[in-house]
Write a new protein. Sequence first.
Length: 185
Amino acid sequence: MIKIPLRILLVEDLESDVALIKRQIRKIVESPVIEVTDNLSDCHDLLINFAPDIVLSDYNLPNCTGLDIMELVKNFDESIDFIFITGTIDDEELAANTILNGASGYILKKHMNNLSEKLKPYFKKLIFNMTARDDLRERIRNNKITVNQIYDYLDKINADNAEQKENIAKIRSAINLFNMDEDAE
């Protein structure tokens, strides 16, 4: 069971398929956050405001195709995994074209009963990549901390140098006064 709460955008127009897909996702993800749409406009808004980790899409939709959805997603962020869950892609050439155009994979709806088993490898890969990005984010954060500490240290050195220069100026001034007093005698 995947413990990380995946953010999933499901693009599907049939309510019965939405319910089945959600049920199958919950078999492998403990706390999925799933948003559903069936059109380009709402999909665009969800990409911005929901920021999904993965997009699952039907191929045939009322006002567009799955390829239109995939193009929108890939133009928005090409790193988002995109999987077709469809009954349409019976044609091997069409299936190959979806992969060549950027889909991470496709699953036929005729496999809906074991969809969770079909999705599991995609979700595991997604989790692995998310973990790798988390490690990268942590390294970047640590590097920023280090850089900030260096800047702070340099600022202190500059402050110390300013204080030292001021002290040296006072000493010179005192020496000059001392020298003037000796010359006056």
